[in-house]
Ligand binder design. Sequence first.
Ligand code: ZN
Length: 256
Amino acid sequence: MRLFDTHAHINDNRFDNDRQSMLDDCLAQGVEYIMCPAVDRETAESAIALAAKYDYVYAAVGVHPHESKDVTEEDYEYFKDQALHNDKVKAIGEIGLDYYYDFSDRETQMREFKRQLELAREVDLPIIIHDRDAHGDIMDTLRTYGKDNYGIFHCYSGSWEMAKECIKMGFYISFAGPVVFPKSTKLKEVAKEVPLDRLLIETDSPYLTPPPFRGRRNDPSKTQFVAQEIASLKGMDVDELAAITLENGKRIFNIK
Ligand SMILES: [Zn+2]
C-alpha cells in the first residue's frame, strides 16, 4: 500500500527517542509522503528541519488556535519568509478555531485565523484547518473573509451537508483515526459520501491512535488503518483508495 499521511506531528517530542527507527518503519509499511504541520514558531522550525533532512517530509507553517495568543510579528515574518522561499513548505497550518479547549480567547483565535487566511492568499499556499466545535464560525469566516482560500479540513468532524459546502469552496476533506472508532457512525457516513477526488487520509500523530492500537502513541504507519476503514465503507480496494488519496495529497500540496 502506498500512503500519504497528510497530517502528522512527527516533530513532537514524543518521537525524540526513536524518530529515525519510527520513520524507517513507516517507509517499510508503505508511507511515501508525510506532511508535518506547525502549531507555533518553534514547531514550524522543527517541521522545516525535518523536511530538510528527509525527502519525503514536507512542512507547513502557522499558528494553531491554542497558541494564537502568543504569536508575534517576528513569527509572522518568519512564516512568510519560509512560505515564499523554502520549497519544502507547502501549506499554512494548522490554523483555525478551537472552541472545545478555548486555550486562547475566541476573539484572539478569530483575529489570527483571519490574518493567516490573508497570509495564505499572499503566498498562494493551501491552508490546513483545525476546527473543533467551531463549525459555524469557521464556515462563516470562509464564506466571507476566506472566499479565495483553499486547502484542507484536517481531522474532519462536520456533517455531510457541511462537507459538500467545503468541497464547493475548494477544500479537501481529511479523515483521521476517529473514522475508525466503532462509535463514529455519523463520521463513517460522511466518509462514505466524500468524493474520491477530494478525500485525504492522515493520522494526526502522535494523537488519535486508531484501533487496534488505542492508548499507544500514534505514528504515520497507522494511516493504513484509516485507508482500510474508508475503503471498506466505500466498498473498494484499499490499495486503490490509498493510491488515490496519495495523488490527492500531492495535488493539494503541489508536490511534483
Ligand atoms: Zn494537528
